[in-house]
Design a protein around this ligand. Structure first.
Ligand SMILES: Nc1ncnc2c1ncn2[C@@H]1O[C@H](COP(=O)(O)OP(=O)(O)OP(=O)(O)O)[C@@H](O)[C@H]1O
Ligand SMILES: Nc1ncnc2c1ncn2[C@@H]1O[C@H](COP(=O)(O)OP(=O)(O)OP(=O)(O)O)[C@@H](O)[C@H]1O
Ligand SMILES: [Mg+2]
Ligand SMILES: [Mg+2]
Lengths: 197, 165, 197, 165
């Protein structure tokens, strides 16, 4: 399991640097392995420690598997510095910036190990129009690797759809759904076609 | 591999049987406040084994059963079926579709079914982990939860990457 | 202190019913006093219990002051039923509905005991356009009683302003603010003038 | 009575002295993500006595001191002054303005000033409670916190109403 983690982590970390440069133009970011536990010391070797940890059950007891010889575990730290700002606590970032960091992380894992589908419920609520377009362009870009189901109450997000689902509720508390396939040319953010958005 | 269909019956604001068909690519679900969009998100999360009622905004798991509305009486059970297309054969399964059904009744009794056959939660999770739909369900981001990865502990992020691995 | 609470609670509760009818047309809501503690039994008399509790310090130790003779405390429960739905857990409400309930509560307290100013930071993020207009109309209505400073990244909210503050940041991490007073006729949601929005 | 001015120096993204003037009525603060809008909200919350660094998104209180940027070195202290107009004489004060200043230095030392005179936090809170700006500061709703009243306990809501009373 440690080898699989190592490889996936490396790929995710490379992707994260690229995703941050997409979502934070001029900014930079990275994922950093670190030791957690009694000795909170940063070690980039931590995950390579236990060869005997290889096991088939990803959901099992990982506690021991990822501890190196010193009895501490591996954690993943996220660092992002938007353009012109100095590196500091993630917590101090704005609402929109935090959403972008989280989405960059999700996309980074997707590029390494895509899930069959992603359901994103109002994840763009804190984004201004410019950042919303950057996010939607990435959704269109990755739509070939994974299916995206995006729940929103914003009109701009509808422009990224291949299929639109209109949900409504009459005065009876029952949800009705009507779907409508959009012709490809109507999808303004389709792939890499169309004007830069 | 993709989410092909969602069947809801008695789940939250879907008292009668409702089928939603999905295609690959980008689907956008829109509508006004309170019309039932996030209930669809909850249905997928719930059907695929969510153990905490809080994750689907309830206090008990029975809270997901349609509670009645104007001129509609409450239902006695909720059932959701998630159908995943496997026609590319990527999952560890000979079926061209993987269907997971979950059901709960007013008294709290429930069951899971995998391609129609009753099974345990662990069977469902095993079938899903083959499709890289992990237990962490990090591919479903509920409303208001997008920032969670920022607030999560370094250890939890490692577990998420491990599970994707 | 108990008498002051009693009076304020009664006023707030009346206001809450009115605010809910404004923000949830066709719906209803109420605030309910309840006992919390070893005996979680609803009692509408609970807050009237302790006459000796009157004290000048609102921030002091209230624990004893609001316990009735049975050694339990008073709590305030919020109940809202949107139109056509049946009363159930507040937690099951949608994101937009929860925001509206919270704002109804804030406005209810305002009507009873206005604060000099309110700072509302992106409180409308989850609201669709129709609910946003209902919220902004209430902000305009109460602007005579209290000052409102509303932080947003949404254009529609700008229409409710008397004064607009444009905030920006160049590539140096330093915030710049430019303010612009809007002429009254430009304020589309001003008071009760203008078309119903 | 209303918030008349806000003076920031060394606070978050305001390294140099910045004065914001406000009028009664409705003011709307707009701008793109990350430009500093919520930092203004934090400044008011902080100057009026917020005790938890988490409430202003920091891990220590010194996190609010400008940390430097491109071509700008970090500052050694942060200071915020909130000026409240009292020309109607509603507050328990003979002044026509109530000015509250809070300062913190890199080492963590800090002070409060009320109308220019050094004082304790309790003096500030007492002056504010006269203006119905309670300790709960329920009149400042930070980003992402609007739903808090829904999740709060019945006891906390009673305390909020009591404090307004
Ligand atoms: N068990 C249930 N029975 C009946 N109705 C329910 C049940 N659970 C939730 N609901 C209703 O579903 C509605 C919430 O739906 P949902 O959260 O999907 O809205 P939404 O479309 O996501 O809205 P928003 O844009 O505000 O997020 C609530 O009004 C609630 O009353
Ligand atoms: N101590 C500090 N020193 C320098 N810059 C800081 C400090 N604390 C926060 N910042 C910067 O302020 C920015 C956040 O500002 P703020 O939260 O006010 O943005 P915002 O305008 O509210 O954005 P959004 O629309 O996304 O909510 C962050 O990018 C952060 O880097
Ligand atoms: Mg929703
Ligand atoms: Mg903000």
């Amino acid at each position: 399991i440690a080898a699989a983690f190592e490889e996936t982590f490396e790929a995710t970390a490379r992707n994260f640097e690229e995703m941050v440069s997409e979502l934070f133009p001029g900014g930079r970011g990275r994922l950093r392995r670190m030791e957690i536990g009694p000795k909170p010391v940063e070690q980039s070797f931590a995950a390579q420690g236990s060869a005997e940890a290889a096991s088939e059950d990803a959901c099992g007891e990982d506690g021991d598997d990822d501890q190196d010889g010193h009895g501490s575990e591996v954690g993943v730290e996220i660092e992002v510095t938007p353009a012109g700002k100095s590196m500091r606590r993630l917590s101090l970032l704005s609402g929109g910036e935090k959403s972008l960091v989280a989405l960059a992380f999700v996309f980074s894992v997707l590029l390494a190990r895509p899930c069959p589908f992603y359901i994103l419920d109002e994840v763009e609520a804190a984004l201004d129009d410019i950042n919303l377009d950057r996010f939607l362009r990435l959704v269109r870009r990755f739509a070939a690797r994974s299916q995206f189901i995006v729940v929103t109450h914003q009109k701009r997000t509808m422009d990224a759809a291949d299929v639109l689902y209109g949900v409504s509720m009459a005065g009876d508390g029952i949800t009705k759904v009507v779907s409508r396939k959009l012709p490809p040319d109507q999808t303004e953010l389709a792939g890499d076609a169309g004007p830069a958005v | 591999m993709y989410l092909k269909a969602l069947n809801l019956k008695g789940f939250k604001s879907f008292p009668d049987r409702t089928r939603l068909n999905f295609s690959p690519g980008v689907s956008v679900i829109v509508g006004p406040n309170g019309c039932g969009k996030s209930n669809i998100t909850d249905a997928v999360l719930w059907a695929l084994g969510e153990q905490s009622p809080l994750a689907v905004r309830g206090q008990t798991m029975q809270d997901v059963i349609f509670a009645g509305g104007k001129g509609q009486s409450a239902r006695r059970f909720a059932e959701v079926e998630v159908v995943i297309d496997n026609s590319e054969g990527r999952a560890n399964s000979e079926f061209s579709e993987i269907s997971v059904t979950r059901r709960i009744e007013r008294g709290g009794e429930g069951e899971y079914r995998l391609n129609g056959a009753r099974c345990r939660l662990s069977d469902v999770l095993e079938a899903l982990s083959d499709t890289n739909l992990g237990r962490e369900m990090h591919s479903v981001i509920s409303q208001g939860r997008v920032e969670q990865i920022i607030n999560s502990k370094p250890r939890d992020r490692r577990l998420l990457i491990e599970e994707a691995a």
